[in-house]
Design a protein around this ligand. Structure first.
Ligand SMILES: [Zn+2]
Length: 251
């Protein structure tokens, strides 16, 4: 087969994944065998769940499209504020169930605080993460690019920031979740949905001052953790407001 050249342009925040010397540049790949567009894009460092549309010589294609000759490729991100495009979309919004890798504990707590279902085990290995993702139809959250490139990953996201509040804002925007926020409905420790609990049912587990000053309680049916609106509650409310205002200011 005659060697051929593919020239790729990455739009929007996909440039994040290119090395600094490729920012604002076209990336060239010289190929000598039939290659899927997914493999060519990922060879440039961009995991496929980050890609929402691909144009090959101006035509919209899916990840299994095979390249066999010279081509100009334009790769579009999921969050693309600058343009309203009508190509085939390769990603979906509105997914609200996640599995997070072991390095994203703070992001996990923030998302649970907002009511989202996030599976998380600090010691889960790659295989376990992919199993939970596939079996429970969850989107994978990870800063491991290799893992996100795995071909069985349908939906996923690579948080750009190292800061948990910023990461939370990113996930809310990527999956368009702002309207689905239901704070204080999920256990931060184990992810189960909280239930209202009568004071009489939890009173034996309360500290004397809590017993004296609070009357409304919620309880986790799985790990039995009790929640009430004490001092930690104000702190968490502030964090929720902080996240909400950041999402609004970037929209
Ligand atoms: Zn729990």
């Amino acid at each position: 087969m005659k060697p051929f050249t593919v020239r790729l342009s990455f739009r929007g925040d996909l440039e994040f994944f290119l090395g600094p010397k490729f920012r604002n540049e076209t990336v060239e790949r010289r190929l000598s065998e039939r290659t899927s567009i997914k493999d060519v894009i990922e060879s440039c460092g961009i995991p496929h769940p980050e890609v929402n549309a691909i144009l090959v010589n101006g035509h919209s294609v899916a990840f299994d499209h095979t390249l066999v000759s010279d081509a100009e490729v334009e790769v579009l991100p999921v969050v693309d504020r600058d343009t309203r495009r009508t190509e085939q979309h390769l990603q979906s919004a509105g997914i609200n169930r996640f599995v997070a890798d072991g390095h994203l504990g703070k992001l996990t707590r923030n998302l649970r605080l907002l009511g989202f279902d996030v599976a998380y085990e600090t010691r889960a290995d790659d295989r376990e993460l992919l199993d939970v993702m596939a079996r429970e139809n969850r989107a994978l959250l990870t800063r491991d690019r290799r893992l996100l490139m795995h071909s069985i990953v349908r939906h996923g996201y690579y948080p750009r920031s190292q800061n948990a509040v910023e990461q939370t804002v990113e996930v809310l925007r990527r999956f368009e979740l702002v309207k689905m926020i239901t704070p204080f409905t999920r256990c931060l420790r184990c992810n189960a949905q909280l239930e209202d609990a009568a004071k009489a049912d939890v009173v034996e587990q309360l500290e004397p001052l809590t017993k004296k000053y609070y009357d409304k309680f919620r309880r986790c049916p799985a790990c039995k953790q009790i929640y009430w609106s004490g001092s930690h509650f104000a702190r968490m409310q502030k964090r929720i407001e902080d996240i909400r205002s950041k999402v609004r200011s970037q929209a």
